[in-house]
Design a protein around this ligand. Structure first.
Ligand code: HXC
Length: 519
């Protein structure tokens, strides 16, 4: 910049801008790098298209004077906010700056975050938050708590209108965990990110329990056990790739369609090998992901929540260039039975797809909801019914393919016709019945079996008879709850044709404030 007239003012401006770019200063940047972490601005540069970032609020400071805080003022006040593009699509972004007072949230920091959330909401584009924070700035007390409350309010305000994604790359303590939890997707960097409401020290004091940061709230813990994390990234670079890939499947907001990404995969492509994936003995497991990969464009499936409740599979793919949300049972894990975690996982994914105009494809092979006092006592009724609720509520195009077992409540839950699924296909290998043959015979023929001379022989005879009659798709087809029994080889073209037929689906419900999903 030429200094010319007003040179003092320009010098002052340059000086302030330089200072702001340094966040908490050189030492803190070195310390951040020393922990193998990038700074907030470096992260934003990694995420956004080169040169597209425009920072807003770079010269913000806090205005707090207790606890000698006037001597700890840093431009930006621990949050970097602004806008830019990812693959040429507009996004708003905020990143906690750990080099400033541990990335803690102040009143002004919260104001910066909610400012960009307001802008994003008004223009209808995604918000990406990069978390690395000690939580509420203790010195600011209630002001900081109020700041978090404001952010939570904005998370809710944007929910279902603009996609919100969290990249968790450092500690997220206290209040800093709940905002990510209210976003649509959380990516955590392994061995770097931690998320917990109260840290190991408090846990030890209150409960006497010794636990490390990583065990308590590390990426793997949240990916496998709590389900807070949808993805585990090996490092910050992979983390940003996850954000970019996710966004590539999503529309900018709920009033748009997802982007169409044309490719050269033939929409009429058949796969004659698909039938061979299903074992002769339906009690034997197989990998549902083989079928999912086979039907999708270029065999690409972007799985979400891969490590959490793997008895159900959810994720995005494309069919003839259009984004679809896939929900499928996984016979390899717990025989594909539906339990509490898998019901929650699938229900949340279905609701996300419904918010953002993403058609839902369901592949079914499940023996039912998981029995047992453990699941009953933890609330399988309450949680399992979320799956029913979310399928009923979804008005996007819905297509179900019954591949193997579809028994009882799980048959109903996995996108059955009467939950208002638009098109229901079945493979010839489908078994659609109220119960598995063995269980059905034990109940229906209990007295006969008790009296029989050779109960085993009689049971086998009755089971075979029941199986012949009901372990097929044809009874359901005769009642019209299966529209078409299809050749497995033609699953891909049949899905694409159905999606084309349903492209202009309209399904308006009566106005209401919101439903009361059984949380
Ligand atoms: C003020 C904080 C702070 C906080 C960290 N710092 N957390 N300052 N308020 N909440 C400061 C440190 O004093 C230090 O300042 C700098 O940030 C870096 O922190 P370190 O501890 O040196 O870094 P590190 O060893 O990497 O540990 C990071 C950490 C740890 C794991 C996040 O700082 C920590 O446990 N902090 C407390 C986390 C917490 O309990 N937060 C809850 C807040 S209450 P100097 O000047 O030395 O560099 C809350 C309630 C919300 O959030 C409820 C919502 C529902």
């Amino acid at each position: 910049m030429s200094l010319g007239m007003h040179s003092d003012k320009i010098k002052e401006f340059i000086q302030k801008r330089k200072e702001a770019e340094k966040g908490g200063g050189e030492d803190k940047i070195l310390a951040q790098h020393g922990k193998g972490k990038l700074t907030a601005r470096e992260r934003i540069d990694l995420l956004l298209d080169q040169g597209s970032f425009v920072e807003l609020g770079a010269l913000t400071t806090h205005h707090y004077h207790e606890f000698d805080m006037q001597s700890k003022k840093f431009y930006g006040d621990a949050i970097v906010t602004g806008h830019g593009t990812i693959n040429e699509r507009q996004v708003f972004v905020f990143a906690y700056d750990f080099t400033v007072l541990g990335g803690t949230l102040s009143q002004m920091g919260a104001k910066k975050i909610t400012n960009i959330m307001d802008r994003a909401l008004q223009v209808g584009c995604p918000v990406i938050g990069i978390a690395d924070s000690g939580g509420a700035r203790i010195q600011e007390g209630i002001l900081s708590l109020d700041g978090f409350a404001d952010i939570f309010f904005h998370n809710e305000l944007g929910s279902g209108i603009i996609p919100q994604i969290t990249a968790s790359i450092g500690p997220s303590a206290g209040g800093a965990v709940y905002s990510p939890a209210m976003t649509d997707f959380v990516i955590m960097v392994d061995k770097v990110a931690t998320m917990y409401v109260t840290g190991p020290e408090v846990v030890k004091t209150v409960l006497g329990e010794e636990v490390t940061f990583d065990e308590l709230g590390g990426a793997m813990t949240h990916a496998e056990k709590s389900g807070v994390a949808h993805f585990v990234a090996k490092n910050e670079y992979e983390c940003m790739d996850y954000v970019k890939t996710l966004l590539s499947y999503l529309p900018q907001n709920n009033s748009e369609e997802p982007p169409v990404v044309l490719n050269d995969d033939d929409p009429n492509r058949l796969d004659n090998n698909l039938i061979n994936i299903i074992p002769d003995n339906s009690l034997q497991p197989y990998d549902m992901k083989q079928i999912i990969h086979s039907v999708l464009d270029n065999n690409v499936f972007f799985e979400i929540h891969e490590l959490f409740a793997p008895n159900v599979i959810v994720g995005f793919g494309r069919l003839h260039g259009k984004t679809i949300g896939m929900v499928a049972n996984q016979p390899m894990v717990l025989a594909g039975a539906l339990d509490i975690d898998s019901s929650n996982k699938a229900a949340r994914f279905i609701r996300f797809c419904d918010c953002y105009n993403i058609p839902i494809i369901t592949f079914v092979d499940t023996p039912g909801y998981m029995p047992g006092s453990n699941q009953e006592h933890l609330g399988i009724i309450r949680h399992g019914s979320k799956l029913l609720y979310s399928y009923c509520e979804a008005t996007v195009p819905k297509i179900t393919v019954v591949i193997g077992k579809a028994y009882g409540g799980a048959y109903i839950a996995m996108g059955s016709k009467n939950l208002r699924t638009d098109v229901n296909y079945a493979w010839p290998t489908a078994q659609i019945a109220v119960l598995g043959s063995e269980a059905a015979v034990k109940i229906m023929n209990r007295k006969e079996l008790a009296k029989a001379k050779d109960p085993e022989a009689l049971k086998k005879q009755l089971v075979d008879k029941f199986s012949d009659k009901f372990a097929n798709p044809y009874v359901a087809a005769s009642h019209g709850t299966i529209d078409t029994v299809i050749d497995p080889a033609e699953t891909r073209p049949m899905l694409i044709k159905a999606l084309e037929a349903l492209a202009n689906k309209r399904d308006k419900r009566l106005p209401r404030k919101h439903g009361n999903i059984n949380l």
